[in-house]
Design a protein around this ligand. Structure first.
Ligand code: PMP
Length: 285
């Protein structure tokens, strides 16, 4: 695989980053994941805009390479022959060659920029979408700025492992009795034809797929309610699903061992998945 590190395309085995990089020492970095379908980038502009916001919220200087990111994404997709898959991008505060809690001088510290691809043949035809996900609910003990897409992913990883050990696929995070989001996706329920998902705030990531799916749902005259919901409400719902750049729209069929609806992917989730894939493929670049 060819990867991109700080201005250079090179084989992954030759790619290096400093051990003093603040992302390595302090999780001081942000990332984006963009899907590739048929060799094209899905929702690229949305991911770029969120990246810019994440950098700005953390006072990480926007590197000059920012304006070339589309070209770099396309080049990696091309040289690695990615039909279906992902482009992972990470930007960190870099380092001044030492370890210190205070940020290094942004004038003299160049952010680290890393991109690589992952090939995922048949990404849009995942058998998981036919089966639906089984999820568990766990406490959301993450920090209070989940709207910033940082590489601080230890607790989401632990949540995924808790789910696996329980024989499930994923976990929904719960704070003050309400579902915030999934470990790596936004969470939704459907009740009486209404699509319900938590309102945006610093408590959840502002999903790029969430924004697109809610727009398509409204365009298709579906009712969307952005508000808190509980795990109990989710268990009593007609349907549940999650959205993310890599899973698109994915039905949820079981929560804490209890079937949602009839325990199979529901019609609203299925329809939204179809619409999302169709519309975002049309707009892919
Ligand atoms: N919430 C969290 C915590 C996530 O990690 C992700 C995926 N990165 C999402 C939501 C979904 O965001 P997007 O649709 O932009 O992939």
């Amino acid at each position: 695989r060819t990867v991109y590190v700080n201005g250079t395309y090179l084989p992954e085995t030759e790619a290096t980053v400093s051990i003093f990089d603040r992302a390595f020492l302090m999780a001081d970095g942000v990332y984006e994941v963009t899907s590739v379908l048929g060799g094209k980038l899905i929702d690229f502009e949305g991911h770029l805009a969120r990246l810019e916001r994440s950098l700005s919220e953390l006072d990480i200087r926007k590197p000059a390479v920012f304006d070339d990111l589309l070209e770099i994404h396309r080049e990696l997709v091309k040289v690695n022959g990615i039909e279906d898959g992902l482009v992972y991008l990470q930007m960190t505060r870099g380092s001044d060659g030492d370890r210190d809690f205070a940020f290094p001088d942004p004038e003299t510290t160049e952010p680290t920029v890393v991109l690589f691809t992952q090939s995922k043949p048949g990404l849009a035809n995942s058998p998981q979408a036919e089966k639906g996900l089984k999820i568990i609910s766990i406490d959301d003990i993450r920090w209070g700025r989940r709207d910033i897409k940082t590489v601080q992913l230890l607790y989401p990883s632990m949540g995924k492992m808790m789910a696996k050990r329980a024989g499930c696929d994923d976990a929904w995070l719960v704070e003050d009795g309400h579902v915030t989001e999934g470990t790596s996706n936004n969470a939704y329920i459907v009740k009486g034809g209404k699509i319900i998902t938590r309102q945006l705030s610093n408590d959840i990531l502002h999903g790029i797929t969430r924004a697109a799916v809610l727009r398509f749902a409204k365009e298709a005259q579906m009712t969307v309610e952005e508000r808190f919901f509980t795990v109990d409400e989710a268990k009593q719902a007609d349907e549940a699903f999650v959205t993310s750049a890599s899973a698109f729209v994915m039905p949820v069929v079981e929560i804490d061992g209890q079937s949602v609806g009839d325990g199979t992917p529901g019609p609203v989730a299925k329809r939204l998945r179809e619409i999302y894939l169709e519309e975002s493929l049309k707009a892919a670049i």
